[in-house]
Design a protein around this ligand. Structure first.
Ligand code: DAH
Length: 348
């Protein structure tokens, strides 16, 4: 038996194999029950004793040789199959993905953040105050004693505990801050937050709305400081060509009191429906901190002076985005956020 010749034939045949079937056929041909190698094996019984050993060794070489070629081909075929599978099942990353809609910041929140960032850059702190407030802070320290008619316009929700109410304005945070910051002057703070009134909801009234309060207390503060600060805010929110004016008004906690007006950004001051043909739009109440309020909070009005202002956050957003109904902000309609983002891009 020429083992070498036979092994070469086996190697050649296995080499030419391209499919599992062909490989199996070869296995049956050489190693099957009636295959060539087992056949050769049975011949050992007819071989003279002295040759049996070398015959046996040759048979082993043959079997091992076959297995080696067979296993190598098996791995080759398996790898080929795996590669084909990978290729067929590969993910096409060029396909568009399933789009997950992105959220948008609430436009009220956006306006508040714009004001916060601007005023922080001018050295103001953003502070918080409680929505459940004491009568003392909401009214009394602000120069609105019990029984004062000004309370009617700020009627709010009263809680069972005496003297507790849902704050009708963010102005109580002025008093809180002054008391807290005594000795740490100058005070520069803004406080955005929710406020409440016993109003029937309609297009311009909401029983809950938001204000942005501002307060500055220092020495030698005058109305022109307020005007300058307001000018910066107005131009930042409504564009650099915006003009501002102060108009006399009345609040119990400021003296003098003013309304802060901006020139109408829609008609540029010539008169339109938005500005009711006046060319001006009121955006905030403000004034010089009333001496009584300074005194109530422990500040000598002969030494200290300051100004305060209060914006309606919804009003700012309504003006900026052309929204005619305040209830829009609280309807949780996604279009309110997504739509205005687009509008803002147009206005830029
Ligand atoms: N708190 C006032 C309101 O709710 C708004 C206001 C007016 C705030 C004048 C101020 C101010 O700080 O100085 O109507």
């Amino acid at each position: 038996m020429n083992t070498l010749e036979l092994l070469k034939t086996i190697e050649k045949e296995i080499n030419e194999v391209t499919t599992w079937n062909e490989l199996n056929e070869i296995k049956v041909k050489y190693m099957g029950k009636k295959g060539i190698i087992p056949e050769l094996n049975t011949k050992i019984k007819d071989i003279p004793v002295e040759e049996k050993k070398s015959y046996g060794e040759k048979m082993n070489e043959l079997k091992n040789g076959f297995n080696e070629y067979f296993e190598a081909k098996k791995i080759e075929l398996e790898t080929k199959l795996l590669n084909e599978k990978l290729q067929n099942e590969s993910v096409d990353i060029g396909l568009p993905s399933t789009r997950i809609p992105m959220g948008n910041p609430n436009i009220l929140e956006k306006i508040i953040e714009e004001v916060e960032e601007l005023l922080m850059s001018m050295g103001y702190d953003v502070v918080d105050g409680p929505e459940i407030e004491e009568d003392r802070f909401n009214f009394e320290l602000l120069n609105i004693p019990k029984g004062h008619p000004a309370r009617d316009a700020q009627d709010t929700f009263y809680l069972k505990e005496e003297e507790l109410l849902l704050r009708s304005q963010t102005s109580p945070v002025q008093a809180r801050t002054m008391l807290e910051k005594k000795g740490l002057e100058p005070i520069r703070m803004i406080c955005p937050g929710k406020t409440y009134r016993r109003d029937d909801d309609d297009a311009t009234h909401s029983h809950q709305f938001m204000q942005i309060e501002g307060l500055l207390v220092d020495k030698d503060i005058s109305l022109s400081d307020l005007k300058g600060t307001f000018d910066v805010i107005a131009k930042h929110l409504f564009g650099s060509s915006t003009e501002t004016r102060l108009r006399p008004s009345y609040y119990q906690f400021t003296e003098p009191s003013v309304e802060l007006d901006i020139s109408c950004f829609k008609c540029k001051g010539t008169g339109c429906a938005l500005c009711k043909n006046t060319g001006w739009i009121t955006v905030a109440g403000a004034g010089m901190v009333h001496p009584n309020v300074l005194k109530n909070c422990g500040y000598d009005p002969n030494i200290w002076s300051g100004f305060a202002f209060g914006f309606g956050a919804e009003r700012l957003a309504m003006l900026k985005y052309g929204i005619s109904d305040i209830r829009t902000f609280y309807l949780t309609d996604l279009r309110v956020s997504t739509g205005f983002d687009r509008m803002e891009a147009q206005n830029d």
